[in-house]
Design a protein around this ligand. Sequence first.
Ligand code: SPV
Ligand code: MG
Length: 308
Amino acid sequence: MTIDQRPGKQDGGATGHRSPGAALRALLAEANAAPIMGVHDGLSARIALAEGFQALWASGLCMSTVLGVRDSDEASWSQLLALVESIVSSVDVPVLVDADTGYGNFNTARRFACKVEGLGGAGICLEDKQFPKMNSFVGDGHALAPVGEFSGKIRACKDAQIGSDFVVVARTEALIAGHSVSEALARAEAYREAGADAIFIHSRQRTVDEIAEFAVEWAGRHPLVIAPTTYYDTPIARFRELGIDGVIWANQGLRAAVTAMHAAYAEMWRDRGVTGIEPRIATLKQIFSLLRYDELEAAEQRYAGLIS
Ligand code: SPV
Ligand code: MG
């Protein structure tokens, strides 16, 4: 039932008959800086799909934010997994799930990975910070996990996955923690050897320079993913030139929603009315279309008559 409601089901979808992990692998294998849209719930996932995105990032920051908590491991697993389920069951494109540090040790990491795989996620991304982590753009105290310990988490997740296509992305926060590009490269190489299917190199520099330095040295030895939040004005062509395979627009969707909601709420409060905003907000028809109310109507025609 859930499947029939997914927009991709009717449209052929990006996943097609492949597993979600295989679809994500195929996208990264194109080596073309594939855009991966950051989402936080079933609605944002449906909007991303409707606008053409072929892969999604279930963002820890954005899911935490919509739960009203901070991106510092404050949300519970059941809260996060409920949102992941709402995302995965709403679309037919691969969803890469932000698993932060894996929430403890190798064991919590692999259990979380299995839960995501069970929900139909294409993969997880683990970052090499210490638990509890803080969002990479907050403060300077980002302590890294020892390389051996984090490599063990990666290995444990790879050994625990059921399907061979499930993707485990290793994210190094070396640059966020103020270490050199060489340290980031050494960590990424260790994680590749531990079995990671792709590397996410994160930076919060205003320019792409340190990412470029990393990518040139990395030289395409394994799929590479980035999230250009602070170096947002780098053209996608530059990422392609650098051999970057996936580009996560991690939080822009949520930020767009926050701006739009602030503006609308402010106007409604000021006017003590909704007349002004009406022409500038989504119609209910649009909402019903996103949620596939037409499918329910068709199902009623098909099935309801059979019930006596
Ligand atoms: C997230 O979206 O939760 C991320 C990416 O981890 S960032 O916030 O850019 O660190
Ligand atoms: Mg995150």
